[in-house]
Write a protein that binds this ligand. Sequence first.
Ligand code: 8YV
Length: 314
Amino acid sequence: MMSTLPKILIIGPIPPGLEKSLSLQFEWVPLWQVQDRASFLQSHQGQFVAGVTMSRHGCQADVFACLKNTVLVCFGVGFDGIDLQAAKLNHVAVSTTPDVLTDCVADIAFALMLGVARQVVPAAQFVQAGHWTQGGFGLSTRVSGKRLGIVGLGRIGLAIARRAQGFDMPVSYYARRPVEGAAYKFQPDLRTLAQDSDFLMIACKGGPDTRHLISADVLKALGPKGYLINISRGTVIDEDALAHAIEHHDIAGAGLDVLTHEPHVPAALRNNPRVLILPHVAASTHETRAAMEQLVIDNLNAFLHTGKVLTPPA
Ligand code: 8YV
């Protein structure tokens, strides 16, 4: 029997919970399973009421042409993979899922900072390997009271700064301009921020504007006692420069939830005990994922009823 439900175009695989909720209201078409993408998108123009994506899939111009005058709802706050210019050109509204994931991402920023400086994983592995009976584990580096430099003081950067107050960490930040109302020290020069930080935290947007912002030079400025933490996008860091800096002890260590070519991890970073890498899980808690799914559905319904989304990219 033919479905009479309105059709939505799904750009790439989405979480099962979201898939289930969407199936109640819509007939959904998985674009990634289509054989001939170009002719499919052309022959299906005007057939969808919406498109659904995730930050990791993004959305390209050819899809926006097919979705003309509708909406693209994105599961995730990052929109560096979404061609916003093409969206505008085709009058497609776009939404993301800000705020609901802020706390969990800020929590993981601290997990990485504590994990890499206090050597949490190597210490646990030491116990698992049965080495404790032969002697104690070595010393690690204190986090409380150390200087935290934050690159990008948006929603997540601010949540990290608030947590840092509980750790008595003086906070400075680098951004394109001072953030109104922020009580932290603004540092307009990134190298100087790195030089004056014990922990350099990357919390800015991804995309071409911030690509390789963390260069060999910035890493040199961070210095052999400094730690680099990234919960933003892998592309912000020049990964070759980071591998070189780790190998040559130009910096003390790194904690990364994101990489340039996920899920591929450069061997020089994967096999080093001074680098703690997580598989992009900062927002992956039951609570946050459920809230993100709900916000995707709410944005979709808001657009279908009012022509406007609740949370456009910002
Ligand atoms: C998401 C993220 O869980 O929201 C983002 O931008 O990077 C993650 O925290 C993931 O990207 C969903 O696609």
